[in-house]
Design a protein around this ligand. Structure first.
Ligand code: ATP
Ligand code: MG
Length: 296
């Protein structure tokens, strides 16, 4: 196959998203060989190659048409996806279930923060000037944004800013730097981004195929297959209790007129409480099974 018939997926070369991105693509059936310092990994069983880059570069690689798909934090996607000559907004941003974090304002311990008004005229260090700028504007606050590409958390100690706006997941980095989380301004997670649809049919087909496999993998993570026996008389009540299921399959049970077997794919996790509720509604022989693959 000719290289212009292959599609490229950009993922983070080394960082918090790397292992999750690689394992997601592997679950989608992609196998590839990865050298230690490689920038590109060739897919062995599909015309799909991986480009290993800094996460910040992914939105522009998509906008420039260098890549067809990319896995990146929503924070980076929103921060970088500017409209302008040569840049195209992503066609799709599907959430992938990892990379959860929040962009928050954090202040030194002795800073009293009671609300956005306390930020007027302050210097805020961040790597996310666009998202922060929009938030400040929405709150009618005029403050100075100090753009730093890294080590934002030490800016107040160095006297470069009064407070910071940075990504937080557990909060331990803030605590280690004597900062207190004051306000969450943006919730983020990893997303699948697509650039413009390729013109060549064969590439467009692979882009669509990969997107639908990714969607399938993500959906399956939360999905369960549930089987149970239900009294005919309480079937409707039991159907209502099945979390996130569409039309279940209802089958007769050999030699039993009073009960039926119900099978359903539940698109949400099935918790013990749900099973207890089903049992209380007369269900018996309850079985919950993981779903391995799903193609809607
Ligand atoms: P690169 O060298 O690729 O630019 P980076 O230092 O910008 O790496 P990482 O720290 O690996 O990136 O974070 C990548 C993404 O992981 C972030 O943009 C964000 O979407 C997500 N993330 C999840 N939790 C956190 C966190 N606690 N701090 C920073 N990023 C987080
Ligand atoms: Mg980065």
């Amino acid at each position: 196959m000719n290289s212009k018939d292959r599609i490229k997926v950009a993922i983070q070369k080394s960082g918090r998203l790397t292992d999750h991105s690689l394992s997601l693509l592997r679950t989608c059936g992609l196998s590839y060989s990865r050298g230690t310092d490689q920038l590109i990994c060739f897919g062995e069983n599909m015309p799909v190659d991986l480009l290993l880059v800094r996460d910040d570069d992914i939105p522009s690689l998509l906008a420039e048409g260098v890549c067809d798909l990319g896995i990146v934090g929503l924070n980076v996607m929103i921060e970088k996806a500017v409209t302008g000559p040569g840049l195209v907004l992503p066609r799709q941003a599907a959430s992938l279930g990892f990379g959860k974090c929040r962009l928050s304002l954090a202040v030194p311990r002795d800073f009293t923060y009671e609300g956005p008004a306390d930020l007027c005229g302050r210097r805020i260090a961040t790597s996310y000037p666009r998202i922060l700028g929009e938030w400040l504007e929405a709150n009618s606050i005029v403050a100075d944004i100090v753009m730093l590409s890294g080590a934002v958390e030490i800016a107040p100690r160095l006297g470069r800013a009064d407070l910071i706006c940075d990504l937080v997941s557990t909060g331990s980095t803030l605590t280690a730097n004597d900062l207190v989380e004051a306000e969450v301004i943006f919730e983020s997670r990893a997303v699948l981004m697509a650039g413009d649809r390729p013109e060549e049919d064969i590439r467009a087909e692979w882009v669509d195929r990969l997107i639908s496999r990714v969607e399938g993998v993500v959906r399956v993570r939360e999905s369960k297959y549930i089987m149970l026996h239900a009294p005919r008389s309480r079937l409707e009540e039991i159907r209502q209790l099945l979390p996130g299921s569409e039309a279940p399959t209802v089958m007769p049970l050999d030699g039993r007129d009073d009960k039926v077997a119900v099978h359903a794919v539940c698109r949400e996790n099935v918790f013990w409480e749900t099973l207890e509720g089903l049992k209380a509604a007369g269900a018996s022989s309850l079985l919950v099974l993981p779903v391995e693959k799903m193609l809607a």
